[in-house]
Design a protein around this ligand. Sequence first.
Ligand code: ADP
Ligand code: ADP
Length: 227
Amino acid sequence: MIQIDSVTKRYPDGTVAVDELSLEIPDGSITVLVGPSGCGKTTTLRMINRMVELTGGRILLDGADIHAQPVNALRRSMGYVIQNAGLFQHRTIVDNIATVPRMLGWDRDRARKRARDLMDRVGLDASLAKRYPYQLSGGQQQRVGVARALAADPPVLLMDEPFSAVDPIVRKVLQAELLRIQAELGKTIVFVTHDIDEAIKLGDMVAVLRTGGKLAQYAPPDELLSA
Ligand code: ADP
Ligand code: ADP
């Protein structure tokens, strides 16, 4: 479980992006952070893996403060997926995914084998392995991003608008596949979107934030008030 306990982020210029936010994110399910642009979703997500440091409150992972372990160890336990996939442009697809197990010290053949298994898992045809990111569609690139995030088998996946830049039909396919992957692998997923329909479709729990970084609602999708 990830416990966000009265967390505040005030950026150095004085902007309060997140204001005393408390949330308990259960294991093995999808929690969606939704709300308008600028309401603090990305900041919240990045505080969980310490890409952004909080300025008040605390975040606990399985009961321990996220500052109790080295930041690299924390990040290894959390896959991270962003909007435009953030792939290494000069590396092939298989090597983009294999980068993570290589960083964990796996030899190249084992890392590539793992990468090919993951390509299969996220629905990427094996024939794409030797291509470069620019040779893939946006939807395929996002699949690579998801495969790379899964490569070290982290218990947690942090996903920041991963499907927002792909066309609506591909987005539906990717959403369905995320639900399938989640059912198979049982990851703890924190998913950021500004799209309430996506939040309702994907979330086991939905946290609605409002401008100023305050929590408006936190409920399963069928209990959200349409206020
Ligand atoms: P969201 O992901 O919901 O769009 P963000 O977390 O990106 O929201 O931003 C929340 C607020 O914090 C916004 O007002 C944004 O302008 C501000 N903000 C984000 N990053 C910084 C930063 N590095 N310095 C100052 N303000 C920032
Ligand atoms: P954005 O493109 O959303 O603005 P940034 O440029 O601020 O993102 O930095 C995010 C980058 O950090 C990503 O491009 C990504 O490659 C890299 N990254 C990947 N995984 C992690 C992780 N677990 N923790 C920190 N950074 C990561």
